[in-house]
Design a protein. Structure first.
Length: 251
């Protein structure tokens, strides 16, 4: 049985003080929810205060990126040990904004993923097609390439603990959600590829999040689909009440 995982990706929003204030307000709104794993992913500079604010609650903290090297001349990057030191448990890898604006490739996703696994961080590996790729009938081949490149060389044991986030790029921040049926079709396809790459038992264990304009009004219907095991949420995770509503509706 896969436990639903809903993560808020704050992107480049909220200072450390704002993150702390959010979490203080948010914790009581989701207290007692144990059927959903709840994760918040602030910017690097807010991780320590977020971990402190969330301590002892059912709210877990993750980062939005990780570098593959232990240290060295990589200006602007951050290592697994540096992230672990803040007390976080999760990390987003290969978000489409990293792919679009910062040259992230399936190869660098794979390197970052290996660093996260070695540090016992739970990775949320993002994949998804562009609008022109969906319209051109290329969704499956794009996802196939991203999965095979990003997850190359990963063991079955490690794979079982990795979270895959399917985010159709055309649905991110646009208000255009994939319909639950459309999302389910794609999630089922992703699980099929994972079955081919690993095996059925492993693929059954992998949690696949949906991301792209998920909100309180659609979270229940999306998460009710057989192969949708949670969400990676941008805009609707920026206000405590709206994120709590989204999670509560998905329980
Ligand atoms: P929105 O929920 O704002 O569409 O963003 C989704 C996303 O990119 C989460 O990683």
């Amino acid at each position: 049985m896969r436990k639903t995982i809903i993560a808020g990706n704050w992107k480049m929003n909220k200072t450390a003080a704002e993150a702390k204030a959010f979490i203080e307000e948010f914790k009581p709104l989701v207290a007692g929810i144990d059927s959903v794993e709840i994760v918040l992913c602030p910017v690097f500079t807010a991780l320590t205060s977020a971990v402190e604010a969330a301590a002892g609650s059912n709210v877990k903290i993750g980062a939005q990126n990780i570098h593959w090297a232990e240290n060295g001349a990589y200006t602007g990057e951050i290592s697994a040990a540096m992230l672990k030191e803040t007390g976080i448990d999760y990390v987003i890898i290969g978000h489409s904004e990293r792919r679009q604006y910062f040259g992230e490739t399936d190869e660098t996703v794979n390197q970052r993923l290996n660093a996260a696994l070695a540090a016992d961080l739970i990775p949320m590996v993002c994949i998804g097609e562009l609008l022109e790729e969906r319209e051109g009938g290329k969704t499956e081949s794009v996802l196939d390439t991203q999965l095979k490149g990003g997850l190359a060389g990963i063991s079955k044991d490690d794979m079982a603990g990795i979270v895959v986030a399917y985010e159709p790029v055309w649905a991110i921040g646009t208000g255009k959600t994939a319909t639950p049926e459309m999302a389910e079709d794609t999630h089922a396809y992703i699980r099929k590829v994972l079955t081919e790459m690993f095996d059925a038992e492993t693929a059954e264990k992998v949690r696949i999040q949906y991301g792209g304009s998920m909100k309180g009004a659609n979270s229940a219907e999306l998460v009710a689909q057989a192969d949708i095991d949670g969400g990676l949420v941008g805009g609707a995770a920026l206000e405590p009440a709206s994120f709590a509503e989204l999670i509560t509706n998905a329980c």
